[in-house]
Write a new protein. Sequence first.
Length: 337
Amino acid sequence: MKKIVTLGEIMLRLSTHVGERLSQADQLSMHYGGAEANVGVSLSQFGFDVYFVSKVPNNALGKAVERHLLSNGVHIDYLVKGGERLGTYYLETGIGERSAAVTYDRKFSSFSHLTVEELDLEAILSEAEVFHMSGITLALSPNLRELALLAMKKAKELGVKTSFDFNYRASLWSQEEASLAIKPLLPYTDICFCGDLDAIYLLGIQQADDVLSKTEKLTYYYHEIQKRYPNIQFMSSTFRTVLSASDNKLQGNHYTGGTLYQSKEHHISQIVDRVGGGDAFASGVLYGIVEQLPPGQLISFATAASALKHTVHGDANAFSAEEVLKFAGTSAGEIVR
């Protein structure tokens, strides 16, 4: 099986039941997840040999994380034990016109104290097909920013494809801080997940003309990003139309070789759990790149994977590649030149 490595924080998620405010709740549902862990779980479901790199406390919650990863086929060989606490976040489930809300409790987590000295990057990345991480990791501590850059450089040195998801979270840091941390990684990035707002506010690209359609604007931004970073071979994102907290429309975008490919628009009604939809999309794109799917089929697969994630509880996707392919159908995505 092909080896994939992801690096990031996995957290305990505590969710309210539908119709309850967090301030009202006296019972919460438990799940485990985090951006890079979710991508790893999905890729394991797709049949890859996935290794998750992180740090968790040596206590019952750390053991629960191990159980979660192992039960989903993810290797924990590089899961460091130590520190004082597992990061936690609270999800107030949305309904109707009321959006979901997230409250983080992750400062001073075990993962935020992870250092490069605790990892053998050469051994971790050796023979991997892809190394994936996100901007959330960069937001958590200076030592993680140092680790992330060294890991990206080592991956490139070893001939490993590198994948970076901007995944900007305003509750974790400012746009200025994010921009300063993200830009040094981009010269070492092969696969990038970013959208128009990332281009404008984190990379400082001039806004596209308002007369352009949203598809034309995204194509312009991707052209401009590739001018600055010609090493980036693939860029992907989604267009999401929120009709209500439980009723969304989703379309995928994938840019490669100077062309933007788009999936059909999925109408996802009666959403069970939106959290992790972007991570499922990212895992679908990575699957398509590793398996060398044609770009139209790749973006159809990735968007279908995200749409399916919305139908199950928890942060991570629970569908095999065969199930996603069946759901996506055989039609190729639309090409937009």
